[in-house]
Design a binder for this molecule. Structure first.
Ligand code: 3HC
Length: 679
C-alpha cells in the first residue's frame, strides 16, 4: 500500500488502517491509500466487508490544511468518499478521538459508523472560513435531518458520541478499549444486507416540510455569526440538500466551498489556526523542558479579577486558596464565586455536583502562611508598584522554594516586581482578561530572569485551564494593552477634532469588534476613578460625570439608553465634547469614517511593528492571537498583523503619513522591501 495506509485481513473482513500522525489528516497519501483499499476489497471475492479505522490518537481529523492553496493532487476527497459509498460490500467507520471535517465526511460516506464513547464528531470547517467540501453538507442532512445538521455544519462545534448516536449520526457506541474488534463484529453482521448509502437518505425532508427551520436558526444565531461569510454559505448548502438532487447539491456545495477557499476570510482563519498553535511554542525553550507539578494554586485578592482567576483553576479540578486582607472581603469574594457557579448550573451548563466539586476545592484565608504549600501563587491586587512589591516580598518569605510567583498586572514592570524577591527566576506575569473565567486569552509575561521550566509550566497550565496563551516580553502594557493605547489616543483625539463619537464606535463595530471605545466606557462606568468633584473638569469623561452621565448604569453616558439598553447618540454629549474641544483649542471639522478607521487601526499596526522589532512578541502571529482572544479583534480578518498584510504595508505607511502619525523604522523597512508580517 503506502506509508500512511495499510490493510489487514480478518477472515472475510478487510481492515483499512490509517497511520498518519499526528492527527491522521487526509493528505494525498492517505486519500490514495483509502481509494486503493476500497479497490482491493472490491477485487477480492474472499472479502465481504470493510472496516476503516485509524492508528494513533484520533480518527481522521480532517483534510490536510497544509495542502490548502497548493496545486491539488488526486484523488480528491470527494472522489474517495464516493468510492467508499459506492462499495457493494458494507463499510464501517471505526471512530475514536475526533472525526472532524473531511474525517466526518469519510465516516458519512461509509455505510455504517461505530465509535467509542469518548469520540467527538463534527464539521468544524466554518472555523477555517470554509464549509465542508466533500459532500458533508449534503450527506449529513440526509442522514440526520436539516434541523440536527444545521448547528453541526454552521456553528462547527463537535458533538459527543452520545449525542451523535442520539441524532442518528452513529449507528452504535462500542467498547472504549475494543473498537477494532467491535467494528469487525459489527460489520460482519451486515454482510448480505443491502448497504445503506447516506446520499440516498431522506431525513433532509424536514427542511422542505418546514423551511422556517432555516430562518429560525439564523435568527437564533445571527449575533454570533455576524460578519462571517462561511456560516451563511453553510446554511445555503444545507438548504440545498433539501431542495436539490444529491448531485446538484454537491455541485452547489463545491461552488460555495471554492468561493470561500479563495477568499480572504478563509485565508485569515487558516492563518489563525496555525497562529494559535504556534503561540504555544517558545522558540528558545525546548519542548521537553521538565514541568513543575501544579497541585495547589494561591490567589491574592478575592475581587472580581482574583475570583475569576480562581474559577479557572477550580473548574479544572485544581485546589485553590484565596487570600484577602479582611474577612468581609473574603466572604464576599467566595460568595460571588459560588453564585457564579450556581448561575451556570441554573443555565444547565453545570450539574449541582460539579458546583459542589469545584467549591470543595476552594478555601479562603487571611493569613499568608496558608499559602506556604502552593505550587503557584497569582497576585491580583491593586495596580500599584509599591503594593505589588510588598505582596511579592511577603510571598517570597512564606511560599515554599520552587513555587512560581506570578503577577496579574496588566502593565507594570515584571522585572521590577521580581526584585522584591530573592527568586526572580521564579517570577513571571500571568495576565488574565476580565471576566477572567470567561475570556480565552492569557498573556504570559516573560521576565528577564524567568526560568524555562517556569515558562513551560505556565504554558501547559494555560491549556489545562482552557486558555489560549501567548508570550510577551516586559514592556508597558505588554502586547495587548500596549497596542490598545494608540487606538485609544486616536479615539480621544478624533472626537476633539470633530468626529462623531458614535461614528468612532460604529467604525469599529462595522470592522467587526463587539463594541467601540465609547460604548465600552458606558458599559464599564465612566465614573471609574473619577475624583467626584463636579466643578473640576479637565477631560471629557469628567465633564460627563459632572452632569451625572455615568454610563449605562445611570441610563446615560456618552449615549442615552432606553430600558432595553439600546443606545442613542446624545446632542448634549456632542455639545459637551465640542465645548471642551473649543476650550482646549481644537478646531472641529467633519471627519470621514475612512479617516477614523485608518487613524484607529493603522497606529495599532505601527505599535505591533515596534513590539516585533523590540522582540517583545516572538512572532507577528502571536500578536494576532492576543488581539483576537483578548480584545475582540474580528477573527475573520486574521488579527491586526495579518490584516495589515492584506491591506498592504505600503498602504499602512502611506496612511500613517497622510494623517501625520509616526511610522516606525521596522514598519517602513518591511513596507519598502515589499515584505509581510505573517507570510
Ligand atoms: N491538517 C493539518 N495539520 C493538522 C490538522 C489538519 N486538519 N489538524 C491538526 N493539525 C496539526 C496541528 O497544526 C498541530 O501541528 P503542530 O504540532 O506542528 O503544531 C498538530 O496537528 C496537533 O494538533 P493540535 O495541537 O491542535 O492537537 P490537539 O490534540 O490539541 O487537537 C484536533 C487535535 C482536535 C484534531 C485539532 O488539531 C483540530 O481541531 N484540528 C483541525 C480540525 C479541522 O479543522 N478539520 C477540518 C479541516 S478542513 C476540511 O476537512 C475540509 C474538508 O471538508 C474538505
Amino acid at each position: 500500500m503506502n506509508s500512511a495506509i495499510s490493510t489487514e485481513r480478518q477472515g472475510n473482513v478487510l481492515i483499512i488502517v490509517s497511520d498518519n500522525p499526528p492527527v491522521n489528516a487526509l493528505g494525498q497519501a492517505v486519500r490514495e491509500g483509502l481509494q486503493k483499499g476500497i479497490e482491493e476489497a472490491a477485487s477480492d471475492d474472499s472479502i465481504e466487508a470493510i472496516v476503516i479505522r485509524c492508528e494513533g490518537r484520533t480518527f481522521f481529523a480532517g483534510a490536510d490544511i497544509t495542502e490548502f492553496g497548493k496545486a491539488p493532487k488526486g484523488p480528491s476527497l470527494p472522489e474517495v468518499c464516493d468510492a467508499i459509498e459506492a462499495s457493494d460490500k458494507p463499510v464501517v467507520a471505526a471512530i475514536h478521538g475526533t472525526a472532524l471535517g473531511g474525517g466526518c465526511e469519510v465516516a458519512l460516506a461509509c455505510h455504517y459508523r461505530v465509535a467509542v464513547p469518548s469520540a467527538k464528531i463534527g464539521l468544524p470547517e466554518v472555523k477555517l472560513g470554509l464549509i465542508p467540501g466533500a459532500a458533508g453538507t449534503q450527506r449529513l442532512p440526509r442522514l440526520v435531518g436539516a434541523e440536527a445538521a444545521l448547528p453541526i455544519v454552521v456553528i462547527g462545534d463537535p458533538i459527543s458520541a452520545k449525542k451523535a448516536e442520539h441524532i442518528g449520526l452513529l449507528d452504535k457506541l462500542v467498547g472504549e478499549n475494543s473498537l477494532a474488534e467491535d467494528a469487525v463484529e459489527f460489520v460482519k453482521r451486515k454482510i448480505g444486507q443491502p448497504v445503506p448509502r447516506t446520499s440516498h437518505g431522506t431525513a433532509n425532508e424536514d427542511g422542505v416540510k418546514d423551511p422556517q427551520i432555516f430562518d429560525n436558526f439564523r435568527a437564533k444565531n445571527g449575533r454570533k455569526l455576524r460578519g462571517f461569510d462561511a456560516p451563511n454559505a453553510a446554511i445555503e448548502a444545507v438548504k440545498a440538500a433539501g431542495e436539490m438532487s444529491f448531485e446538484d447539491g454537491v455541485k452547489k456545495e463545491r461552488e460555495l466551498f471554492t468561493k470561500l477557499m479563495t477568499g480572504t476570510q478563509s485565508a485569515a482563519m487558516r492563518h489563525y489556526f496555525f497562529a494559535e498553535r504556534a503561540a504555544n511554542k517558545i522558540d528558545d525553550v525546548p519542548a521537553d523542558t521538565p514541568l513543575i507539578p501544579i497541585k495547589t494554586v494561591g490567589i491574592i485578592g478575592a475581587g472580581t479579577m482574583g475570583g475569576g482567576i480562581a474559577m479557572n483553576f477550580l473548574s479544572a479540578g485544581i485546589k485553590t486558596v484565596i487570600l484577602e486582607m479582611k474577612q468581609e472581603a473574603l466572604d464576599r469574594g467566595l460568595g460571588v464565586i459560588r453564585k457564579n457557579y450556581e448561575n451556570t448550573a441554573k443555565r444547565g451548563r453545570m450539574t449541582t455536583e460539579q458546583v459542589e466539586d469545584a467549591m470543595g476545592l476552594l478555601s479562603g484565608t487571611l493569613d499568608y502562611a496558608d499559602l506556604a504549600d502552593c505550587d503557584l501563587v497569582i497576585e491580583a491586587v491593586y495596580e500599584n508598584m509599591d503594593v505589588k512589591k510588598e505582596v511579592f516580598a511577603k510571598l517570597d518569605s512564606v511560599v515554599k522554594q520552587g513555587a512560581i510567583l506570578a503577577s496579574n498586572t496588566s502593565y507594570l514592570n515584571i522585572d521590577e516586581i521580581a526584585t522584591a524577591t530573592k527568586r526572580p527566576e521564579y517570577v513571571l506575569g500571568l495576565h488574565f482578561f476580565s471576566p477572567a473565567n470567561i475570556m480565552k486569552l492569557l498573556e504570559i509575561v516573560r521576565g528577564d530572569k524567568t526560568r524555562d521550566d517556569v515558562l513551560a509550566t505556565s504554558m501547559k497550565l494555560a491549556k489545562r485551564i482552557g486558555k489560549i496563551a501567548a508570550v510577551s516580553g516586559v514592556c508597558p502594557g505588554f502586547i495587548g494593552n500596549r497596542m490598545l493605547s494608540p487606538r485609544q489616543q486616536q479615539a480621544n483625539l478624533l472626537i476633539m477634532e470633530g468626529a462623531n463619537y458614535w461614528d468612532v464606535d460604529d467604525v469599529l463595530l462595522d470592522f467587526g469588534f463587539p463594541m467601540g471605545p465609547f460604548q465600552m466606557g458606558d458599559l464599564a462606568g465612566i465614573d471609574i476613578g473619577w475624583h467626584r468633584d463636579p466643578s473640576k473638569v479637565t477631560t471629557v469623561r469628567e465633564a460627563l460625570c459632572s452632569v451625572g452621565r455615568f454610563g449605562q448604569k445611570a441610563g446615560k453616558g456618552f449615549y442615552d439608553y432606553d430600558e432595553a439598553r439600546n443606545r442613542t447618540p446624545s446632542d448634549e454629549v456632542k455639545k459637551i465634547i465640542s465645548d471642551f474641544a473649543e476650550k482646549e483649542g481644537h478646531k472641529q471639522r467633519d471627519i470621514s469614517k475612512e479617516e477614523i478607521k485608518e487613524r484607529l487601526l493603522y497606529p495599532m499596526v505601527n505599535e505591533g511593528a515596534k513590539i516585533l522589532d523590540e522582540k517583545m512578541a516572538q512572532r507577528a502571529s502571536d500578536i494576532d492571537v492576543v488581539w483576537i482572544n483578548g480584545y475582540g479583534w474580528p477573527l475573520y480578518t486574521g488579527g491586526p498583523m495579518f490584516w495589515a498584510d492584506t491591506v498592504g504595508l505600503d498602504n499602512i505607511v502611506a496612511g500613517l503619513e497622510k494623517h501625520k502619525l509616526p511610522v516606525s523604522d521596522y514598519l517602513r523597512k518591511k513596507a519598502e522591501a515589499g515584505e509581510k508580517f505573517t507570510r
